[in-house]
Design a protein around this ligand. Structure first.
Ligand SMILES: NC(=O)c1ccc[n+]([C@@H]2O[C@H](COP(=O)([O-])OP(=O)(O)OC[C@H]3O[C@@H](n4cnc5c(N)ncnc54)[C@H](OP(=O)(O)O)[C@@H]3O)[C@@H](O)[C@H]2O)c1
Length: 365
């Protein structure tokens, strides 16, 4: 594929929270043209994508008709369903459309049947597939990798995610998939059942960073800690009684030469003040290098959401992490292309002109 001089034609696949962010961006950024929108929802069939995304009509109706979208001329699909459907992805890739996604696939194991099917589809269609996201997809792989260029000796890299889900509205995800609200014993059993679904994407990021830093990983460990509150907690998705799981810590270690060389910690919580302690404060990602020089980078919002959006800015970071790579993905050689294959990224159309410019930020903060 070669670089395009015209706007890149994009199909938005699914219109959830991050899909809506993408629609708003694809419509506003002149380097893109939104040409199609897929939805799983019969209620959204025929509804203008702009209305679904909370802006005015944009002339592109959402459709549940996958066949029409497979047949549509487009350069790239921004694939954001709840879970990967390999057949859909194969058909999109075979039909000549590149695909970016934040739903895993950051470093798919080459020996997996799924990876092989997707690679074959890329080769058949002359297309590229890239998986990103803020974490997994950025904070634990590309961010520490780029930062490692500043370091002279690394003893350990620790990547910590702090996520407060108290304003998240989806009970099915929080209680059903993650296991909040269960007793710690039930939650441990439940977590084992869903481990693959929740953990696999993080493990791909660890593998990517290890490969990039030339590490030979002997084994990976995974530790799960359930934290409870001594009081009842009310959250957007429901209630969590005292003594039930209100915090979950996952810790992965990639062991090299008998030592944990890469450590990922995910601290998910519904409130502060839990036992055992889960990291307090706002959502953020922290990358720490133990070594010379010991170095810390924190990825955190500079200001709260203007609209009170509880997912701010993580959802924007997630959506843009792949949208901003679309031009590079379209220009890349066919195949599954990870951060290790693609250039650093040259996002287009991010600097707006005129009224969207804001004044300088206050210096003291
Ligand atoms: N890597 C990262 O950093 C990262 C971070 C956050 C989220 N994510 C992932 O990004 C994806 C989108 O997140 P989101 O916050 O936009 O989620 P969301 O608001 O829950 O939206 C997901 C959308 O998927 C579609 N959908 C519903 N049921 C489905 C099913 N059974 N199978 C397939 N698709 C279904 C729906 O689209 P329609 O309404 O159009 O039918 C739904 O709105 C999720 O898979 C999430 O795990 C990744």
């Amino acid at each position: 594929m070669t670089e395009l001089s015209r706007p890149v034609r994009v199909i938005q696949w699914c219109t959830g929270k991050i899909g809506q962010i993408a629609i708003r961006h694809l419509v506003a950024n002149p380097r893109f043209e939104l040409v199609g929108v897929y939805t799983t929802s019969a209620a959204k069939e025929g509804v203008d994508a702009g209305l679904l995304a909370g802006i005015g009509p944009v002339g592109v109706p959402a459709t549940t008709d996958k066949e029409a979208l497979f047949a549509l001329e487009a350069d790239c699909v921004n694939y954001l369903p709840l879970a990967v459907d390999v057949e859909d992805l194969e058909r999109l890739l075979r039909s000549g459309k590149n695909v970016v996604t934040a739903v895993g696939l950051t470093f798919p194991p080459p020996e997996d049947e799924r990876t092989q099917r997707l690679e074959a589809a890329c080769q058949a269609g002359g297309t590229t597939l890239h998986g990103g996201g803020v974490h997994p997809g950025f904070a634990g792989d590309i961010l520490p990798l780029v930062t490692s260029r500043l370091i002279s000796r690394i003893d350990q890299v620790v990547v910590t995610e702090v996520c407060d889900f108290s304003e998240h509205p989806q009970a099915e995800l929080l209680f059903g998939l993650f296991g909040f609200g269960l007793s710690p014993e039930e939650a441990h059993k439940h977590a084992t059942a869903v481990t693959g679904e929740v953990d696999a994407p993080y493990e791909e990021s660890i593998a990517l960073l290890a490969a990039a830093l030339g590490l030979r990983v002997e084994r990976n460990t995974h530790e799960l800690t359930m934290a409870v509150a001594d009081r009842d907690i009310t959250i957007a998705a429901g209630a969590i009684p005292a003594g039930k799981v209100a915090g979950i810590r996952r810790r992965w270690e990639a062991i090299v030469d008998g030592r944990p060389a890469i450590v990922f910690v995910s601290e998910w919580k519904m409130a502060d003040g839990l036992t055992p302690a889960i990291r307090e404060g706002s959502n953020r990602y922290i990358v720490e290098f133990l070594g010379e020089p010991a170095t810390r980078i924190t990825l955190e919002p500079l200001e709260p959401s203007a609209t009170g959006d509880p997912g701010y800015p993580g959802r924007i970071w997630t959506g843009m992490s792949v949208v901003n790579l679309i031009h590079d993905v379209v220009a890349a050689a066919p195949g599954i292309r990870t951060h290790l294959d693609l250039p650093l990224g040259r996002p287009q159309g991010l600097f707006h002109e005129g009224t969207t410019w804001r004044g300088p930020l206050p210096v003291a903060r």
